[in-house]
Design a protein around this ligand. Structure first.
Ligand code: SF4
Ligand code: SF4
Length: 384
């Protein structure tokens, strides 16, 4: 296994499962299960024991590895030099399991659906661009930016609403954007994090070839997960594009008054998506947008920015749900934390976070006190 030579360096000191001030458990799986084996250091020691032949691949070992939300809190907080590779190590171990063909059934189903349909929803490609019907968003020809949506924004009802909000705002701001519609395919970020390296490479190379054929130079993504893989993984496969998350494009447009807004009288807290925040260091753009709306009071949760607590959807868990629900599920903990700020709205900038937190608000029966809204939906409500 790649990284096999550094797995032994973990001391199991446990810093990686905390926030910077060590007051909260910030690894979502450790927080939920409270067994050391579900912490980053525990995973490191189990992987080491597995590589040494001391333990075998079992249902429990698979659950421990595939429940990791790849949130990168451990990358942020492990004090040793190998910390930047922690998530890569977990993904590499998953790759070994995928190669052996011994993986949890929901992971197998997810990968199978992507392989067969190009999306996890078992929907035909012809449905992909339907979200844009009734909007002014056009199909990509030679526009300045490709607006890439991803599977959740294309097929999930909640995601589609967010895609429409972002698309309409970008058009309203006068940006030259186009979508791929039925030509769009999965970006592969979750395929990669679930350990199917071969399928990821196939998807990435297919996307890169299509983008190149169409003359795409700049990409705006709806989803931080696509943003992450286009930015970090595609260049190694010869796919160099200028990649932006939509908040990075909207922030200067709103700050410069290109999208005139009326005021709102709301107290809002912002949830950092792991693949925009910790994985890519973008904490400011969404906050700049919210702060530019007159009348909004932006309040921070106890855990924010580098210390933000994951919603539990990353690393494929949004689709496989191996991390699972319950009172201590990350999304339910997160909405209770948001409630503590006194805010009435949790702003998000990721369709996966939106759906995870929406469901948690319902289960916690907080519908009348907390609303989950994408930053773009909040801006849309303020349009003059
Ligand atoms: S991953 Fe790093 S911080 Fe976590 S237990 Fe191992 S050495 Fe300590
Ligand atoms: S990536 Fe997140 S969920 Fe996975 S071990 Fe690290 S802190 Fe825990």
């Amino acid at each position: 296994m790649k990284y096999a030579d550094i797995v032994h360096r973990c001391f199991r000191c446990g810093y990686c499962k905390f926030t910077s001030d060590y007051t909260d458990f910030n690894c979502p799986t450790y927080r939920k299960f409270r067994f050391e084996t579900y912490s980053p250091g525990g995973r490191m020691w189990l992987i080491r024991a597995w590589l040494n032949g001391e333990i075998k691949n079992s249902d429990r070992f698979q659950e421990i590895l595939f429940s990791c939300a790849t949130c990168a809190n451990c990358v942020e907080h492990c004090v040793f030099t190998f910390s930047e590779d922690l998530v890569n190590i977990f993904i590499s171990a998953r790759e070994e399991m995928v190669n052996d063909g011994i993986i949890p059934p929901p992971v197998r189903d997810y990968l199978k659906n992507i392989n067969i349909n190009g999306n996890p929803y078992k929907e035909p490609a012809s449905e992909r661009g339907k979200w844009a019907e009734g909007t002014l968003v056009e199909t990509y020809k030679d526009q300045e930016y490709l607006f890439y949506i991803g599977c959740v924004g294309s097929y999930d009802e909640r995601g589609k609403k967010i895609a429409r909000a972002v698309g309409n705002l970008l058009v309203k701001a006068g940006l030259s954007i186009g979508i791929l519609g039925d030509k769009e395919n999965c970006d592969g970020n979750e395929v990669r994090t679930l350990g199917e390296a071969g399928l990821f490479q196939f998807l990435a190379e297919k996307n890169i070839a299509l983008f190149r054929d169409l003359g795409v130079k700049k990409i705006i993504t709806l989803d931080p997960h696509a943003f992450n893989t286009f930015k970090k993984d595609y260049p190694a496969l010869d796919g160099e594009f200028e990649v932006y998350h939509y908040t990075q494009i909207l922030a200067p447009l709103i700050q410069s008054g290109k999208i005139p807004l009326k005021g709102l009288n709301d107290k809002i807290t912002y949830h950092d998506p792991c693949y925009l925040g910790r994985h890519n260091g973008e904490y400011n753009a969404p906050r700049k947008i919210l702060k530019a709306i007159p009348g909004i009071e932006l309040v921070e949760m106890d855990r924010s920015r580098e210390n933000a607590f994951c919603c539990g959807g990353g690393g494929g868990n949004f689709f496989t749900d191996i991390l699972g629900g319950g009172e201590d599920s990350p999304s339910r903990i997160r909405v209770r934390e948001a409630l503590d700020t006194g805010a009435g709205i949790i702003a998000v900038a990721c369709p996966q976070c939106a759906k995870m937190l929406d469901d948690a608000v319902k289960i916690e029966q907080l519908d009348d006190r907390l609303k989950v809204m994408d930053v773009a939906e909040i801006v849309t409500n303020c349009l003059l």
